[in-house]
Design a protein around this ligand. Structure first.
Ligand SMILES: [Zn+2]
Length: 339
């Protein structure tokens, strides 16, 4: 297991000696809070051939752990959407009509798992299948999985991961034990980032809904650097037209935040300003970085700007003229600062 897990309480409850693990687990919660990381650690522990104490992670040294780490364990399967697959004539559970073929787990994939489970374990221990994300199963695929769950063998475990669990079939929900992942405590999230040499980015946790893995992803992709530049501009806004020109250049740069990201960031910034205007603490940005005069800003002007930018957001994906779009955005966003 790499460093410390984000969700220590969940880990303890699932690996406690007194608690027998159900055959179907559903890890539900927002993206970026450590569901996949914990599912992997739990799968490794279930497969590990060393006898472990309650709460102890997989040993990391036995043959089973070695095979798991190399992605070659014969008693482990990971079901993910097959991006190379063509669309099947099945409507997804929740998005009927809006078919996204490459995002589905195909019936053939479940059938392979079924065969795998009927053959019996190769190493005589547990057999584990992670389904990620569970909402990628359509009704037919999910029903095939339910059939497997109807005749569970003692050592068979499914761990489903989902941040859209309300889209899953009710029968599937009722057959699995749901484990809710909230966002980790601030201290834990900071420690997790520090262990990955990302401590300096902890200030972005509120902006990313306190999801440390989202912060880590954004840091790796270079997006945080672009966001940093964007936020620096927000805190010292230039003339709106000059600002629009700067942001146009920013968007064209590598690892740019993208127009939609940019609009969303401006929306969060205005949201924080209006919280400060009514004496509430900021939600997304470090309070110290927000304008000191924020409490004197006009709330109606801030709300109006938020409304207007909310309308602009609908166009952010495909503005006809990016520069004009940004000029419009900046004129509206910075207007409350002038009143
Ligand atoms: Zn082991």
């Amino acid at each position: 297991m790499p460093d410390s897990l984000l969700n220590v309480d969940i880990w303890s409850s699932l690996t406690g000696a007194a608690d027998r693990l159900p055959h179907a687990l559903l890890f539900a919660g927002q993206p970026g809070v450590g569901k996949r990381e914990l599912a992997d650690a739990l799968a490794a522990r279930l497969l590990c051939e060393t006898s472990l104490q309650a709460g102890q992670p997989a040993c990391g040294r036995c043959p089973s752990c070695m095979m798991f780490a190399s992605g070659q364990h014969p008693d482990f399967r990971r079901l993910q959407p097959d991006a190379s697959a063509e669309s099947e004539e099945e409507a997804p559970v929740a998005e009927e009509g809006k078919r996204k073929a490459s995002k589905q787990i195909r019936i053939g994939q479940i059938r392979e798992v079924e065969d795998f489970f009927h053959v019996g374990g190769h190493r005589g221990g547990a057999r584990v299948c992670i389904i990620d994300p569970a909402e990628a199963m359509n009704a037919i695929t999910a029903n095939a999985l339910l059939k497997i769950l109807e005749e569970p063998s003692v050592s068979l475990y499914f761990i489903m991961i989902s941040h859209r669990w309300h889209r899953l079939l009710p029968t599937l929900l009722s057959r699995s034990r749901r484990v809710m992942f909230g966002h980790p405590a601030e201290e834990q999230a900071k420690r997790w980032l520090a262990e990955r040499k990302l401590a300096e980015h902890a200030k972005w946790l509120p902006f990313f809904g306190h999801a440390p893995l989202e912060v880590a992803d954004a840091a790796k992709s270079g997006r945080l650097k672009a966001l940093d530049a964007l936020v620096a501009d927000l805190f010292k806004p230039a003339d709106p037209l000059a600002q629009a020109a700067r942001w146009e250049a920013l968007i064209k740069a590598d690892a740019s935040p993208g127009m939609e990201d940019l609009v969303l960031t401006v929306q969060k910034w205005l949201f924080d300003l209006s919280r400060l205007a009514v004496g509430m603490p900021a939600r997304y940005f470090p309070q110290a970085a927000l304008p000191r005069q924020a409490h004197k800003l006009s709330l109606p002007a801030l709300l109006q700007a938020q409304r207007q930018i909310g309308q602009l957001r609908a166009w952010a994906g495909h503005p006809l003229n990016p520069r004009l779009f940004l000029e419009d955005l900046c004129l509206r966003a910075f207007k409350p600062l002038k009143t």
